[in-house]
Design a protein around this ligand. Structure first.
Ligand SMILES: [Zn+2]
Length: 147
């Protein structure tokens, strides 16, 4: 907490807060830089997954590959399967988006539970995580107890 507020308060008109343009202020110590490599990974992964999902949506008539009617059941099973995969992908895309948001807000890499910094190797291995390994373990233990 900083308490070094000066008594000067000369600001008759409030500054335009909502000028959230492309201007991104560089803070003195920009912690976002620290995760540049992870951000690149996440963005690449997100793009690849979106392309995949988009492909699936653009070509819903996968049946053409199975002209035989007797294969219809397996086609449906395939579709259910790919639907489940797609759901999982979309969940992951959402997590990636959230991770990128946290990077923008400079709160990426901070454990949601204990507010400690999550060690870089863990982030590198699991970039969408929001918990440090201790808290993750605790959470898993709690979930087991609750069941
Ligand atoms: Zn923690």
């Amino acid at each position: 907490m900083k308490t070094g507020h000066s008594a000067k308060r000369i600001s008759p008109t409030p500054p335009a807060v909502h000028s959230v343009t492309a201007k991104r202020r560089a803070k003195p110590s920009s912690p976002g830089k620290k995760y540049a490599a992870i951000r690149r990974d996440l963005e690449r992964q997100r793009k690849a997954m979106l392309a995949e999902v988009g492909e699936g949506l653009a070509n819903p008539n996968g049946q053409e590959a199975f002209p035989d009617v007797s294969d219809q059941a397996s086609v449906e099973a395939d579709q259910n399967f790919s639907l489940r995969i797609r759901e999982r992908e979309q969940r992951l895309i959402k997590k990636i988006d959230e991770a990128l948001d946290r990077m923008d807000q400079n709160i990426y890499g901070i454990c949601e539970r204990c507010q400690e910094e999550i060690p870089y190797p863990r982030l590198k291995a699991r970039p969408v995580t929001t918990l440090c390994i201790n808290c993750k373990t605790l959470e898993e233990q709690e979930e087991k107890i609750r069941r």
